[in-house]
Design a protein around this ligand. Sequence first.
Ligand SMILES: *Cc1c(COP(=O)(O)O)cnc(C)c1O
Length: 403
Amino acid sequence: MNAPLRRARIDLDAYRSNLDLVREWMDPVEVMAIMKADAYGHGLEPIALAAVDAGVRWIGVLTVPAALRLRAIGVGEDVRLFTWQHDPALDFRDAIDSAVDLGVSNAAELQRVVDAVDQRPARVHLGVDTGLHRDGATAETWPDLVALAVDAQRAGRIEVVAAYTHLAESSDDDDSAAVALFDAAVEQAEDLGLDIPMEHVAASLAGLERKEFRKDMVRMGANLFGMPGADGVSAADLGLEPVMTLTASVAKTKRVPVDTGVSYDYTYRTTSETTLALVPVGYADGVPRRAQGRVEVSIGGRRYPIAGRVAMDQFLVDVGDDDVRVGDLVVLFGTGEHGEMTVLEFGAAVDSIGEEVTCRIGARVPREYVGHEVEGRVGSWLRGDHHHRDHHRGDHQARGTHA
Ligand SMILES: *Cc1c(COP(=O)(O)O)cnc(C)c1O
């Protein structure tokens, strides 16, 4: 039987297993499961439902619209949804009414939150910039943010849930300095009359390597997808399982003579009479052009380099005299168990990281969900049992790929 032309297989049991392991490591510290960018390209809803079924209490999704998508499919308010990047024109009303937690970085943004409050107080996490210079108040703007938070909390318009920061992970010393700044900011807030019930600082790397940075909660993304970020550490070394496997099937084969130029620009020439196999994934699907000569794909347990340019929709591999046929499964990355590259190896090969690779797998690649969670709430979501305006669309296998 032919394999599907192209497919990203998402193993929800692997995600669940990683989650259980990470929670065990972090215990008793709370774990927030980070699922921004459509769960690192794996599909927000299925990953979130699997995580909720596994008992996750905190999910981080970056934006309010993503959080509202989860509320809309039945992720209840007992699961906290943290968001921290807000459209400057966003009306916060729906977020507040749906008890979405808001990371807030400056007084103007907090004022917009306060102004949107109607029935219930807004749940606010105050961001501290400790050197990454993305979100968060600087040492200069922090006192104003805190002062406004004190007033708004006294007026019953907000509930300050936490203070948080995000680290540059540049070096241990830099991160230590950043956390010292964070601690000082929390202390200053308390001096200004603000109680900070919770602190969260560390993501995957610091959460694993810097126990003292775990505070009350760690925000874990990469680890849960089986992509630990530490140099030279594989997922398997840690007992984490890669969640996504990217495959295609051989679409055509062709026998060609020696010295045949292959693909655009003839950057590759055959060195003998050989067979070329056409793999129908290209840069539109997330295989970068620079994968040429760097990435090896696995067919029948053997590895073959990409021969010639990666095109928008396809590339070729030179399989020599091997018996490779139309319909044969091509594994671009997976668990590594059958000799294929892992996503960490694939990422390193193209001078990137696993997260960028999985995030960039194109919308044209159907996500196929496997694992026992697919039987439950994930299954009913995939079948479209949740009647919500955003989810009456197309092929269910591709649902996880929008937004
Ligand atoms: C992406 C992100 C995380 C998770 O990072 P990982 O390294 O994938 O664990 C945590 N916190 C914030 C603010 C992020 O942007």
